[in-house]
Structure formats: C-alpha cells, structure tokens
Design a protein around this ligand. Structure first.
Ligand code: NDP
Length: 295
C-alpha cells in the first residue's frame, strides 16, 4: 500500500469510526483498546489488533488517540513509555486546555510529539462533508500527516499552544449548548400557552441567519468589534432597559411554571454590569463583568 500506516488507540464510538475511516481509505491500520473485543468488527475489515499498547505504538510513526479523557491516555500508554520515542501522537480526546498542555510536556519528555485536537462531529459525521477538527501543537508534525488526518475531516490549525485546540472546541460547545438551551426555554414558555415549537422555529432560524450575516442585525460582528475595542455604545438600546426586559422574561417563565436557571443567570450578569456602572452602555458591556468575575 502507498498509504501511510496508522495506529488507533481507543475504540469507543469515535475511535472505532476513525479506524473504520482509515481502513476504508486504504491505510494499513493497527488498533488497540482496553476492552479488546471492541476490535473484532475492525479486524474483520482488515485492521491488525495489537496485543499491547507498546506493540500498537511500535507499529508506525502516527498514533491517533481517542479515549474518554487524557487520564485514559496515561493509563493506556504509561506502560508503553519506551516505545514512544519518535512517535507523533494525535490526541482527539476532550479534556481541559491545561490537561492538553501538561500532556504535551509528558509526550516531549518521552521523545514524542503531541498534536492536540478537538473534533467537531459525532461518530456518524467523521470523514463526511463538513467534518473538521481543531488542531494545535507542533505544526511540522501535523503537516507531515495532513493527508492521513484529512480522512477524518478538515484540519483547522489554531496555533502552537497545545491548549488552543480545546479552547476552540469548548468555545464552540459553549455557544452551541447555551443558544440551543435558551431556545428550549423559549419553546417551553410558548408551550404553556398551547403553542407548538414549530410556530417559533422559523423566527429563530431567521434570527440565527441575521446574527451571522453582515448588516444592522449582524450582531456576531457587532459584538466582536465592541468587545475587542472595549467600547459598548448604548444609544437607544441601553443596558438598563434590557435589565428590566430580562427581569420580565424571568418573571414570565416563573409565572408559567417553567424553569428559570439560564435566564436567571443571564439576568444576574446584566444586573451586575449595570451595578458596575454600565446602565447607559449597550448590553455588550456585560463583557466587563465576564472578564472580571466577582471574588
Ligand atoms: P466512548 O465512551 O465511546 O469511548 C471511550 C473510550 O475510552 C473507550 O475506548 C474506552 O475503553 C476508553 N477508556 C476509558 N477509560 C479508559 C482507561 N482508564 N484506560 C484505557 N482506556 C479507557 O467515548 P467516545 O468515543 O464517544 O468519545 C471519545 C472522545 O471523543 C471523548 O473525549 C469525547 O469527549 C470526544 N468526542 C466525542 C464526540 C461524540 O459525539 N461521541 C464528539 C466529539 C468529541 P473501553 O472500551 O475499554 O471502555
């Protein structure tokens, strides 16, 4: 085969699908998993099951890791210490940015290079159009294996700091979770008046589109520029008016018997920004209290 050899450590939902994608693309693939039976379907498709992590790592330069967290990497590869020299470890597991930085030093002490990554698709999306992952760490090592890693999806290199891949990944999750959870709060409120979610969805869809576009409702860019500049023009839309408004939202949810956790947290942030003197500024001044949390 002219395709590069890949070792895949970890055959959970993600790792199994990654190994499958490498096999389908014609890469000789060696696999290892703590629970060896999970390798059976892959072996049936041509993968080689390594008897130990050390054997798996010895099989080639590129080692793709997908485990529950970084502690699992130490559990799996700790005993393979001597085999790590000269290897490129590409870890697509999630953890904190600090853990990724620590792991980068751990790998370097063993003569390996660690490329950290945060993958932005669930298992069925791996290798499919639109799939991508954020990568950080040594760009030379990443470039050497770009063609192979592209089997999983697009490569978004974020920089040399090994924590960056996870900072981007977590940023994406934070916005995904909070915006859609707010939508769930909103739909629950309307449902108390007998309105189905589908009645609200088109308005929310239009708002998401407008937010991302350029123009007077293009708040993604407006917020970015204001927060970057530290300037929060209030104009006819000041924070004080919105503190009153978010208070009404929280009360409406309470009156309707719907949970208020996220909207109440939002109200608390707005109230703190106003108390810090931003009442006449725009709501983007909330950036100031987010930057400097209360002790
Ligand atoms: P799974 O729970 O399916 O798989 C977890 C894997 O970790 C298994 O291979 C498991 O081995 C292994 N593992 C756990 N603990 C240890 C340990 N102490 N020592 C050795 N191996 C261990 O998880 P996923 O495949 O869904 O996720 C893997 C990573 O990918 C996670 O970090 C997740 O956050 C991230 N991710 C997942 C996405 C998803 O949609 N699923 C999307 C984006 C990122 P065993 O089989 O023996 O239990």
């Amino acid at each position: 085969s002219t395709r590069e050899h890949v070792t895949v450590i970890g055959l959970g939902a993600m790792g199994s699908t990654m190994a499958e994608a490498f096999l389908a693309a014609g890469h000789p693939t060696t696999v290892w998993n703590r629970t060896a039976a999970k390798a059976d379907p892959l072996v049936a498709k041509g993968a080689t099951l390594a008897a130990s992590p050390a054997e798996a790592v010895a099989a080639g330069e590129l080692v793709v890791i997908s485990l529950v967290d970084y502690a699992a990497m130490y559990d799996a590869l700790g005993a393979a210490d001597g085999a790590l020299g000269g290897r490129v470890l590409v870890n697509l597991s999630s953890d904190t940015p600090e853990e990724l930085r620590r792991a980068s030093r751990w790998a370097a002490e063993r003569g390996a290079e660690l490329v950290t990554a945060g993958i932005m698709v669930p298992p069925p999306g791996i290798g499919k159009p639109g799939a991508y992952a954020f990568y950080s760490g040594p760009d030379g090592a990443l470039e050497r294996h770009r063609r192979t890693l592209e089997v999983l999806g697009g490569i978004e290199y974020t920089g040399g700091d090994p924590g960056l891949a996870m900072l981007y990944y977590q940023s994406m999750l934070l916005v995904f979770w909070t915006s859609l959870t707010s939508y769930i709060h909103a739909a629950a409120l309307l449902r108390t008046a007998g309105v189905k979610g589908e009645a609200l969805r088109p308005y929310i869809a239009a708002m998401f589109n407008d937010l991302a576009a350029d123009g007077p409702m293009g708040f993604l860019r407006i917020v970015t520029d204001q927060v970057e500049a530290g300037e929060y023009p209030g104009g006819e839309n000041n924070l004080h008016m919105q503190v009153v408004g978010v208070g009404h939202v929280v009360q409406a949810l309470r009156d309707a018997g719907v949970d208020t956790t996220m909207p109440a947290a939002l109200k608390e942030l707005f109230v703190r920004a106003e108390a810090a003197g931003h009442g006449a500024d725009g709501f983007t001044s909330v950036a100031e209290v987010i930057k400097k949390p209360e002790a």
